[in-house]
Structures are given as structure tokens and as C-alpha cells.
Design a protein around this ligand. Structure first.
Ligand SMILES: [Zn+2]
Length: 203
């Protein structure tokens, strides 16, 4: 296990980030001694987190290897197009345009615009001004899950929080919401892990 120490000017506190390697982000003036102490203190957590991530990466890579030349799309494996990221983005744009319209009408709300984003951790979001954002990776999940993300963000246009009224509205417009939520939680790694490759290699 390799730990790469990265010093940053504007950082106030150190932090550890587990990716393909372990990164230790340190404020510019943090001494080597303090860095080594912090690493020693968190060593078992670092090892555990790194090996867990490594295991998931191998699982995901295994599934991709078994489906060589294919990519997941709406929960199924389809032939990989030449530019995977571009394909996902265009598919996502089309899907979210279509379904936002359906759910906005169902809910009686209006939205400003839809943007397809390349976010590392989020599935979707919305702004006070009514802009909706969706992660293009959502189209890797089964259709009902991607549809759930639409219902979720549209419901936020009425209730900009996760309060009781929000969930009540959401269960009205999307009764399967609990199933979709647990899919997103359980498959989080499979949906997000391959982001490291997008744009760097020909995924
Ligand atoms: Zn929400």
C-alpha cells in the first residue's frame, strides 16, 4: 500500500483520501513528523478502507471482464459504443428531458433547465431557481432507478428539503421509491467506480 503525500497551500486541515492509491493531503507547513504521526494513528483505518475499496474495484472489473466489449445501460449489458462517456451523456440528456417533462406535469411544477453532469459522488440535484442536474452515470442503473431520480428532483421543486411532505409527495408520484433508494445505496460503487477511467483511458 502506497501513501502519496500531497501538500496544498490553502488547506487548513489534513485529510486522507482513498482512491487507486492512498492520498494524504497536508497543509503546506505541516511537518513530516506530524504527517507520520497522523498516518500511524489512522493506519488500521487506512488499511481497512483501502482493502475494501480494492475488493470492490476487483468485483466491478470482474463483471466488466465477463461482459467484455459491453457496457451497462439501464441495467442491461449492451455493445460498447466508440465513445462511452459521450454515449452515456447523450442518452442521459434524452432520458432526463423526456421524464422530467412527464413528472413535472404529474406534479404540477415547472423547471428551468436540465443539465447533465459529470459528478464524482452525486446522482442529481436541483437549485432554488429550478434548474435540475443529473449525473450521466444514472443511465447505467435500471430504468426505474433513473426515473426515480427524476421524481426525486421534481419533488424538490415543491419541497426543497427531505421533510415529511417531501417524502409524502414522492411516494405519491413514485410509489417504488424505497426500492430505488436502496438500489442507489447498494450499487453506489458499481455506478461510480469506473469514473476514474472516463476520459483517461478508452473505457
Ligand atoms: Zn433530495
Amino acid at each position: 500500500m502506497q501513501i502519496e503525500i500531497v501538500r496544498k497551500n490553502r488547506l487548513k486541515r489534513w485529510r486522507i483520501v482513498i482512491k487507486d492509491k492512498v492520498y494524504f493531503y497536508a497543509p503546506r507547513k505541516m511537518s513530516d513528523l506530524l504527517i507520520n504521526n497522523a498516518i500511524a494513528q489512522y493506519e488500521s483505518w487506512i488499511k481497512k478502507s483501502f482493502s475494501e475499496r480494492d475488493k470492490i474495484v476487483r468485483e466491478v472489473e470482474n463483471i466488466y471482464a465477463q461482459n467484455s466489449g459491453k457496457i451497462p445501460l439501464f441495467g442491461e449489458w449492451v455493445s460498447a459504443p466508440e465513445n462511452v462517456k459521450e454515449f452515456y451523456k447523450l442518452t442521459a440528456q434524452k432520458f432526463f428531458n423526456e421524464f422530467c417533462e412527464i413528472y413535472a406535469e404529474k406534479t404540477g411544477v415547472k423547471y428551468a433547465k436540465i443539465t447533465i453532469k459529470d459528478q464524482k459522488t452525486r446522482y442529481g440535484s436541483c437549485s432554488v431557481k429550478g434548474s435540475l442536474n443529473f449525473n450521466f452515470r444514472a443511465v447505467k442503473a435500471p430504468k426505474y432507478v433513473a426515473e426515480y431520480l427524476v421524481a426525486h428532483e421534481i419533488a424538490h421543486l415543491k419541497h426543497l428539503n427531505h421533510g415529511k411532505n417531501f417524502w409524502r409527495l414522492l411516494s405519491d408520484i413514485f410509489p417504488q421509491y424505497k426500492e430505488a433508494e436502496s438500489y442507489l445505496k447498494n450499487k453506489r460503487n458499481a455506478l461510480f467506480l469506473r469514473y476514474d477511467n472516463f476520459g483517461k483511458k478508452n473505457d
